[in-house]
Design a protein around this ligand. Structure first.
Ligand SMILES: [Zn+2]
Length: 318
């Protein structure tokens, strides 16, 4: 669910605590012999994580992804249905690095109930994480747009599933290798496509700072209208300075994002027009959520591929 209100949330937390208490014996780690004979029941927060778990787990897993297409993970609060899924899961995978900021209390309670929860970003070395000033001392959580960094998340999922279900370790290793191969191809594809954009035009302007890792990995300069989280409103001064930058650099296109309101980008477009320059909307990028389930863009590989194709079409001038 995209919307939330404070009081039902508190109510849900109370329910969650009761549910976890009720399920406490079942919530403890299942025995390997027991779990080897059935599918592992898994909850993942974002679509990207659910997709990784499905690829690594294959036939062995039943995955519930909490956040569907167009959902903003920074603002997301668990619904009553989510609380039930979480309490029944054998293992819960989440991004971490404060991406799911609105679920912090729910995670605390899961830890208290000894539910197995795994942050898929856990094994990324800290010196590879970004902490831009606007993130106010926190790490930037949007690591999935550096395909090589996201490979570490895939390996994290493989090892967590192998620990839970050691009898199927080989299955997880095989699935992981196949998926990592596809990711390596995607990474190479992005690098090849970027070369079609003139170097001075490799500037990515979007509504919020989701593309810092992408930019570092693939050689873009990134400008976001909003800060770390979509929870803060972009100010007029930000719109003015960004508009100036666009005019100075003659940037041909600006991008909209599926999980961020269009009005922020439209404000910049108007600011640029006021200076006698025009900028077009280069298309829609996926940032914190994937496309609709059942479509190519509804997979991690498809979403990243869509983004790079959209960016190249808009900035290459071909
Ligand atoms: Zn974000």
């Amino acid at each position: 669910m995209i919307t939330h209100r404070a009081s039902p949330y508190l109510f849900l937390l109370a329910c969650f605590t009761v549910l976890l208490a009720a399920c406490a014996p079942a919530a403890a780690a299942p025995l390997p012999d027991e779990i080897a004979n059935r599918k592992i029941n898994i909850v993942a927060t974002t679509g990207m994580i659910a997709d990784v778990v499905r690829n690594v787990g294959g036939e062995r897993v039943q995955v519930t992804g909490l956040m569907g297409a167009g959902v903003d993970p920074h603002l997301y609060k668990a619904s009553a249905g989510d609380v039930r899924f979480l309490s029944e899961a054998d293992i819960v995978f989440y991004n971490g690095l404060h991406l799911e900021a609105g679920m912090a209390k729910v995670f605390e309670r899961m830890n208290d109930a000894q539910k197995i929860t795994v942050a898929v970003t856990e094994r990324i070395p800290h010196d590879l994480l970004l902490s831009p000033p606007e993130f106010e001392g926190n790490y930037d959580p949007h690591v999935w747009f550096d395909v090589q960094l996201w490979m570490l998340a895939v390996e994290q999922v493989r090892d967590s599933l192998s620990a839970l279900d050691p009898q199927h370790t080989e299955v997880y290793q095989r699935n992981t290798q196949a998926y990592l191969n596809q990711m390596a191809e995607l990474d190479a594809y992005i690098r090849e496509q970027v070369n079609r954009i003139p170097p001075e035009k490799r500037v990515l302007i979007t509504a919020h700072d989701a593309f810092n890792y992408f930019s570092r990995a693939y050689g873009f300069e990134v400008r976001g209208l909003q800060g770390i989280s979509t929870a803060t409103e972009a100010g007029t001064a930000d719109v003015v300075s960004l508009s100036r930058f666009i005019v100075e650099r003659q940037i041909p296109a600006i991008f909209i994002e599926t999980s961020v309101p269009l009005r922020n980008i439209e404000a910049v477009q108007a600011g640029v027009q006021a200076q006698g320059f025009s900028i077009r909307i280069g298309g829609e990028l996926f940032s914190d959520a994937m496309g609709d389930a059942g479509t190519f863009e509804g997979t991690y590989l498809g979403m990243v591929r869509h983004n790079i194709d959209t960016i190249v079409n808009a900035l290459s001038g071909e």
